[in-house]
Ligand binder design. Structure first.
Ligand code: PLP
Length: 420
């Protein structure tokens, strides 16, 4: 009865008027940028479906099957009926295996209470930001960066602040680049080594120099180490969390199974953090998603514990393709690239094409170059404007050597057709 009375009241009209002026979508959601690469990816897919032999350099995942020993561990878990909820922060056996990994690989000692397993490293990153970023807090993101970082900061109400490298050759940021953009509102910094999109790997000394600045500024670090195992030319991965007591006590290390074990679809990521941050993340996750998939957790225990020859073989293949790709790009007059030491991407500078024309279209930016490359040469690449590297396109070598040869040959004749 009272509901009907209220429905007849002026209040209902006021509500209607208010609802009409309100947006259905929150500012927070509207604030998130659409990926510039989506249109190109969708077009490349359509062209392939139409029978056009497009070479796609956009892959963001290893082109290898998940190894059998991992798949078998999942099958065993299924057959045993291990299909129920687990602890929301992850199964104790998995957390123990992750703690061993951190100790053995990174020299970092974590208790199970400091580890949270989530639905992919992206989820771990989001959890980390949600736990530490307040409305209006600034988060420093060194460029070039993975395009998801700024969007996650915004989603949490924070303000992404990009630190551009002063050194335009190495594209590595230094302490000075960080001091330049730090303000009273800066709360945290994101470090990503090996890097997507550039394949840059920061050395131990470089990370220690950065960590001194980070400590002076009193920042929290989110260190995304998802490409840790994909590293070449004898480089060693170093976790910035290991560089001092301050860094250990103020860093959230992100990692996961996706890239190292070719398990992108299984969705297992994890983080290690100081206890208070891990506890806050566990609490939030318990309400948002609960635990990561139980079968995938069993599979990840096998991935971490049973070191086989899958990983070294995958790294060997990626390394051979990396060398092939950089050698072929190096032969193209007018193009330059950032020498990648990790991950599976090469960032190629295409600024020599800016201001030139192709088929009556003026090329003014990397997005134009990517669009015309797809239209004219049937090659799909990722323009790097949304990675904070306007002059570059990103090429993934998570594809076969024959596709690399064919794709780069097409890019080569496209470029020579324009530059002569
Ligand atoms: N971090 C970086 C730098 C990435 O490139 C990716 C995926 O492309 C992720 C995190 C997310 O990994 P996951 O698939 O485990 O969510």
């Amino acid at each position: 009865m009272s509901v009907i009375c209220r429905a007849d009241s002026e209040m209902l009209q006021r509500r209607r008027r208010r609802m009409n002026t309100m947006s259905r979508i929150t500012n927070r959601a509207q604030n998130i940028s659409e990926s510039l690469t989506l249109a190109i990816t969708a077009k490349a897919k359509k062209m392939k479906a139409d029978g056009i032999a497009v070479i796609g350099f956009g892959a963001g995942e290893p082109d290898f099957n998940t190894p059998d020993y991992i798949i078998n561990a999942a099958k065993v878990a299924l057959d045993k009926g291990l299909t129920k909820y687990t602890a929301s922060s992850g199964m104790p056996e998995l957390k123990a295996a992750i703690a061993d990994k951190f100790l053995n690989d990174n020299g970092l000692s974590y208790s199970p209470a400091q580890i949270v397993v989530s639905n992919g490293a992206k989820h771990s990153l989001y959890n980390a930001m949600l736990a530490i970023v307040e409305e209006g807090d600034e988060v420093i993101i060194p460029a070039p960066y993975w395009l998801t970082y700024p969007e996650l900061v915004k989603l949490c109400g924070g303000v992404p602040v990009i630190a551009y490298p002063g050194d335009k050759v190495s594209l590595k940021v230094t302490a000075e680049d960080i001091y330049k953009v730090a303000t009273d509102k800066t709360k945290a910094i994101v470090i990503n080594s090996p890097s997507n999109p550039s394949g840059i790997v920061y050395s131990e000394d470089e990370l220690k120099a950065l960590s001194e600045a980070i400590e002076k500024l009193g920042l929290i670090t989110i260190s995304d180490e998802i490409y840790e195992k994909l590293i070449y030319d004898g480089m060693d991965h170093y976790s910035i969390a290991a560089s001092s007591d301050y860094m250990y006590n103020n860093t959230i290390v992100i990692n996961g199974a996706s890239k190292s074990y070719s398990m992108t679809g299984w969705r297992i990521g994890y983080l290690a953090a100081p206890k208070d941050i891990a506890a806050a993340i566990d609490c939030m996750q318990s309400h948002c998603t609960s635990n990561a998939n139980s079968i995938a957790q069993y599979a990840t225990i096998a991935a971490l514990k049973e070191a086989g020859d899958f990983l070294p073989n995958m790294v060997k293949s990626f390394d051979a393709r990396r060398r092939l790709m950089t050698a072929l790009i190096g032969e193209i007059k007018g193009l330059d690239y950032i020498d990648p030491k990790g991950a599976f991407y090469v960032m190629v500078n295409v600024s020599a094409l800016f201001g030139r024309e192709s088929g009556g279209r003026k090329l003014t930016c990397a997005q134009d170059v990517a669009e015309v490359l797809l239209d004219k040469a049937y090659v799909a690449v990722v323009p790097c404007e949304s990675f904070g590297a306007d002059e570059y396109i990103r090429l993934s070598y998570a594809i076969s050597e024959s596709d690399i040869r064919e794709g780069i040959a097409r890019i080569s004749s496209f470029v020579s057709g324009i530059l002569g």
